[in-house]
Design a protein around this ligand. Structure first.
Ligand SMILES: Cc1ncc(COP(=O)(O)O)c(C=O)c1O
Length: 376
């Protein structure tokens, strides 16, 4: 329960997978180089044009490639930025929230980008202070906003706030990472992909790894201005997403409404069960989430480290954080009811053992319980 991959795919995908049942069924590349079937299904659902969509093997690779291009564009568009870059100073700034999805931040730092973090207010449920954000974006920059955010699980900006920002700061690029947005009921939050054709400073990335439960075929996409997508296609190879992925993803999109309703209900149910258990453990704080994971913390780092080691020994891996300011936090991914059962069992054992030396591995526990049963 340490990775955020989703738990179930649309049931119709099982029928699609069953069609791949003879030795020649995968002999052909997908329907055409740029996956028009997926692109058309996305356009229908997200209200964009085919020229706005770039498909890849996951949204992680999309983030990596497109950010690199954006950084280059920013640096090349000004002599002062180019000069800064050439003498080893950041030629471009990326405004992020903290904490957020670490891979994007680490990639930007490796690419020589200046990072301006806006610290989220933990006492206030990790809300983003828009005044602080606005103060940071007065000069042209790239703003990365996962919405909902990973690892805090909360929505950072509403649709209206995004519209306001892109309109008032036309020289800045706003990248809204909607990897987890399908976990939210559209009646509560409307995603923003349909706004991309209207604003050329808005980029939106999406993934099938989470609410669609398809991390195992790893498909993601970017919705961005047509001229940018055209350049991305030119830099990439055709046929990068295979026929099996294409068929399953198209089925998932065609059955999205029913599936996403089920997934939201499942997540709400498992979050309630886990939340109830966490509430009974003295010292753990947890934050309600709009995604498929819950951020939690102990009051101090030593307790967190021991707790995570004990949980691992009890058969459940949870996600720690490397950043010093997050060292007493950990993240639990919501899964199937049976995953929650296992988590709750481990929590019971570990919190019972808390304060003792080392928890025996589950195999030894089973042996000693068996041994106790026969009186050895
Ligand atoms: C916010 C966010 N965006 C993007 C990704 C990348 O996901 P994928 O490459 O599976 O589409 C992740 C993965 O954890 C994530 O948390």
């Amino acid at each position: 329960m340490s990775l955020n991959d989703g738990s179930i795919m649309p049931k119709q995908c099982i029928e699609t997978l069953a069609q791949f049942n003879d030795r020649s069924c995968l002999r052909r590349y997908n329907s055409a180089g740029e996956c028009p079937d997926i692109v058309n299904a996305i356009c229908e659902r997200d209200g964009v044009k085919p020229g706005n969509v770039f498909i890849e093997n996951g949204s992680g690779p999309v983030l990596k490639m497109a950010f690199h291009m954006l950084f280059e564009d920013y640096i090349r568009s000004s002599w002062t930025r180019m000069a800064s870059h050439l003498v080893g100073r950041p030629g471009v700034t990326m405004v992020i929230v903290s904490p957020t999805y670490e891979k994007v931040v680490n990639g930007a730092i490796r690419g020589g980008v200046g990072i301006h973090p806006i610290v989220l207010d933990e006492a206030n449920g990790f809300q983003l202070d828009l005044k602080k954000l606005e103060a940071a974006i007065q000069k042209p920059c790239i703003v990365y906003l996962p919405n909902p955010n990973n690892p805090t699980g909360n929505l950072l900006v509403t649709r209206d706030e995004i519209i306001d920002l892109v309109e008032r700061y036309p020289k800045n690029t706003f990248w809204v990472d909607e990897a987890y947005v399908q976990y939210m009921d559209p009646k509560i939050h409307q995603p923003v992909s349909d706004l991309v054709p209207k604003y050329d400073n808005l980029f939106v990335s999406r993934s099938f790894s989470f609410a669609y439960g398809l991390a195992g075929i790893h498909v993601g996409y970017l919705i961005a201005p047509e001229s940018f997508i055209e350049r991305m296609e030119k830099k990439s190879t055709p046929y990068r997403v295979g026929k099996l992925q294409e068929s399953v993803v198209v089925t998932a999109l065609r059955n999205a409404d029913e599936h996403l309703r089920d997934v939201r209900a499942l997540c709400a149910q498992e979050q309630a069960r886990i939340g109830e258990a966490l509430d009974q453990i003295d010292g753990i704080t947890w934050y309600p989430s709009s995604a498929n994971f819950i951020l939690c913390k102990w009051p101090d780092t030593n307790t967190t480290t021991k707790f995570l080691a004990d949980m691992l020994a009890a058969g459940v891996r949870l996600r720690p954080f490397a950043a010093p300011e997050m060292a007493n936090h950990f993240r639990i991914t919501l899964g199937l009811p049976e995953d929650t059962d296992q988590l709750l069992e481990a929590l019971q054992v570990v919190t019972h053992y808390r304060g003792s030396e080392v928890l025996p591995p589950p195999s030894q526990q089973a042996v000693s319980e068996d041994a106790a049963a026969v009186g050895v």
